[in-house]
Design a protein around this ligand. Structure first.
Ligand SMILES: O=C(O)C1=C[C@@H](OP(=O)(O)O)[C@@H](O)[C@H](O)C1
Ligand SMILES: C=C(OP(=O)(O)O)C(=O)O
Length: 449
């Protein structure tokens, strides 16, 4: 198992407003896929806007360990020498994917089609997360993957004789499962077709097309056939809407805020957070909408506004799945109750995000009732303050950043423990926050116990 990162606590002073322009780092989901497809392509792919966070760097390290040459990343620029679909080499050691579910699940599919065996490991959090959801359908395709009896990492992906296409209806709405099967499908005989119960992020589909790989989308189904080729291209990765989300919430709840988040990815399968916040009364304007490397982007101008609690439409849940920690903070600062349903997936992320948010918000004086597939949050009121106090992020980056925003509406400081994994998705978060009016004091080496 990978080492746990050195401990880090945030201390966030209460009050303030968010102002100014801010460009958050590159999209994590797209950064993973950019490295994977660039590595499997023929020729050199130049990437800019790459997220230099621990998760996407773990994906990059995995491909380097399999013989892929890459220059960078430096200020988000990365050049990858593709080895073609059949050019990867057996790594000398286990591939350590740290905290990253996306790396492990997508690599399972991609590695199932290789002629060598690989071991995949991760940190304590990743080693608790369910992998059966990819192992089962990949096994139906002919893959050979060993896991713990509970279906968790460490995983051993063994060479298969020949993968065959599958027509798979996913029981959970998961872009990771869909992507894993499509990547295995590149190596399968015949057609691989994946149907999703609800729309999930479609970056894999878009990027396969950007690399010139033929793919068909029909309603809730995406299909591709094995045996094609990927052609190197140039990619510009937009700023991550999942990182922007903390500031959308922070600026909405902090009176006097006026913040513009630039070049944010606005893929329709990712904008649930904007739809939900607008439903709560947030003032978010999309400026300069444009397209960047096959993905829609725009600048988001957000000004503070009184929020009201809502029943979050269930079809928005997969479109905002990583934004719930932030949305819970918005709900806590709203008038009336907010209901989250159909979000049981939150329990199997880097932490149990339903329980961990409920615990932290309770510490801040908010009335929260966790439920198996969601929660009910009784908003303190659009003009009310939260209590300060010490909350635990349980090593979950998104929980840590969400509680940092809560301080904007607290009466006294909020101390957040176990924040080191903020590095996985948002390196420089404390500095970025300070730059727009939310100073965060970082205490390294503080005990997380
Ligand atoms: O495909 C992806 O890049 C991701 C899909 C989502 O996971 P699920 O597929 O488990 O919903 C999301 O939570 C994760 O942060 C990134
Ligand atoms: C769930 C997340 O990522 P992953 O599944 O890649 O660990 C996340 O970033 O919120």
């Amino acid at each position: 198992m990978a080492d746990t990162p050195p401990s880090l606590s945030f201390e966030v002073a209460p009050g303030g407003a968010l102002r100014g322009p801010l460009q958050v780092p590159g999209d994590k989901s797209i950064s993973h896929r950019a490295v994977m497809l660039a590595a499997l392509a023929e020729g050199e792919t130049a990437i800019s806007g790459f997220l230099e966070g621990a998760d996407s760097l773990a994906t990059l390290a995995a491909f380097r360990a399999m013989g892929v040459q890459a220059e960078g990343p430096e200020q988000g620029r990365l050049r990858v020498q593709g080895v073609g679909l059949h050019g990867l080499q057996a790594p000398a050691d286990a591939l350590d994917l740290g905290n990253s579910g996306t790396s492990m699940r997508l690599l399972c599919g991609l590695l199932a089609g290789q002629s060598f065996a690989t071991t995949l490991i991760g940190d304590a959090s990743l080693s608790r997360r369910p992998m059966g959801r990819v192992i089962e359908p990949l096994t139906q395709m002919g893959a050979r993957i060993e896991a713990t009896p509970e279906g968790r990492a460490p995983l051993r992906v063994l060479p298969a004789k020949q993968l065959s296409g599958i027509d798979y209806r996913m029981p959970v709405a998961s872009a990771q499962v869909k992507s894993s099967l499509l990547l295995a499908g590149l190596y399968a005989q015949g057609e691989t077709s994946v149907r999703e119960p609800a729309v999930t992020r479609d970056h894999t589909e878009r990027m396969l097309q950007a690399f010139g790989y033929p793919l068909r989308r029909e309603g809730d189904r995406v299909c591709l056939s094995g045996g094609g080729r990927l052609h190197a291209t140039a990619l510009r990765i937009p700023a991550d809407i999942s990182s922007a989300a903390f500031f959308l919430v922070g600026a909405s709840i902090a009176p006097g805020s006026d913040l513009t988040l630039t070049e944010v990815g606005l893929n329709p399968t990712r904008i649930g957070v904007i739809n939900i916040l607008r439903g709560m009364g947030a003032d978010i304007a999309i400026e300069r909408p444009r397209e960047l490397g096959g993905e829609p982007v725009g600048d988001l101008r957000v000004r503070s506004a009184p929020l009201r609690g809502i029943a979050i439409p269930e079809d928005q849940v997969p479109l905002a799945i990583d934004e719930f920690p932030a949305l819970c903070v918005a709900a806590a600062c709203a008038d009336g109750p907010t209901l989250v349903r159909g979000a049981a997936e939150l329990r199997v992320k880097e932490s149990d995000r339903i329980q961990v948010m409920a615990d932290g918000l309770s510490t801040l004086g908010v009335d929260v009732e966790p439920q198996p597939d969601g929660m009910r949050i009784e908003g303190a009121g659009a003009a009310a303050q939260l209590d300060g106090g010490t909350v635990d992020a349980y090593g979950d980056h998104r929980i840590a950043m969400a509680f940092a925003m809560a301080a904007l509406r607290a009466t006294s400081p909020i101390v957040i423990r176990d924040c080191a994994n903020v590095e996985t998705s948002f390196p420089g978060f404390a500095a970025a926050s300070a730059g727009v009016g939310l100073p965060i004091t970082e205490q390294r080496g503080a005990t997380d116990a």
